[in-house]
Write a protein that binds this ligand. Structure first.
Ligand code: ZN
Length: 244
């Protein structure tokens, strides 16, 4: 169940009040996509993830909140350029303004994620060319010093595959495969490699990538067996609390 409420908020940057539809609650059921887009119902609330002041164009999750860094960006040329983005969809533009703020503040992972959210809006609007272009734009935020986070590199792998950037996707998949990652990362990389080889740029969930691939059973050594027996003996001598 998704619930919204209309609230009058005072803009942190210009001080003017405007009404906004604020998400009060939602739920999600199922597996997220490989790019961690949440499952429904929450996925359909994307239009409310960011607010925009209709007077000055300030964009934030809550426009009545901010800090000195947000104000500095608001006063920058980068903000003006991002605000004039010709994107026809206001939700997409809001994510791009937010991405510009993260990039301005040197937060490249967050800039990548905000641009990826913009691509999701294009996915929903059935604009595959725009979505692919936004995914490549998201990927560009991660250029530069090597990214060490496995999580971010797996997201990038999905972004490159879905943008049909086959060579870059394969190169990243080979790099990740060589790192001998454990469950479930290795399985997800292998899933991507199959899809890349088939030139498949469709959306898949994490659940689909791990289908039929349960976590490996922990190896049990003779020592473990002894420990298990000792625990079993202990359980027998400890009285059942419901009977006492
Ligand atoms: Zn404002």
């Amino acid at each position: 169940m998704t619930d919204y409420s209309t609230q009058k908020l005072q803009c942190y940057c210009c001080g003017k009040a405007s009404e906004h539809s604020v998400l009060m609650s939602s739920n999600s059921r199922g597996s997220p996509d490989l790019d961690q887009r949440p499952p429904k119902m929450y996925r359909w609330t994307i239009g409310s993830w960011l607010q925009e002041c209709p007077y000055c164009g300030y964009v934030a999750p809550d426009i009545d909140k901010g800090d000195a860094k947000a104000r500095k960006f608001f006063e920058s040329d980068e903000f003006r350029v991002a605000s004039l983005d010709p994107s026809p969809d206001p939700v997409t533009r809001r994510f791009l303004v937010r991405a510009a703020q993260h990039a301005y503040q040197g937060e490249r992972r967050l800039a990548f994620l905000s641009t990826l959210s913009a691509a999701w809006v294009a996915d929903d609007a059935n604009q595959p060319t725009e979505a692919a272009s936004l995914r490549l734009r998201a990927a560009r935020h991660l250029e530069g010093p090597r990214i060490t986070s496995i999580d971010t590199r797996l997201l990038l792998l999905d972004v490159l595959r879905r943008a049909s950037s086959w060579e870059a996707a394969e190169a990243l998949a080979v790099e990740l495969a060589a790192e001998e990652l454990g469950y479930p990362f290795a399985e997800i990389v292998a899933f991507h490699r199959d899809k890349i080889a088939a030139r498949d740029d469709e959306r898949y969930t994490i659940g689909q990538a791990l289908e039929g691939k349960p976590p490996p059973a922990l190896p049990t050594t003779a020592e473990d067996q002894e420990l298990i027996k000792a625990i079993a003996r202990h359980i027998k001598i400890v009285p059942n609390p419901r009977r006492t």
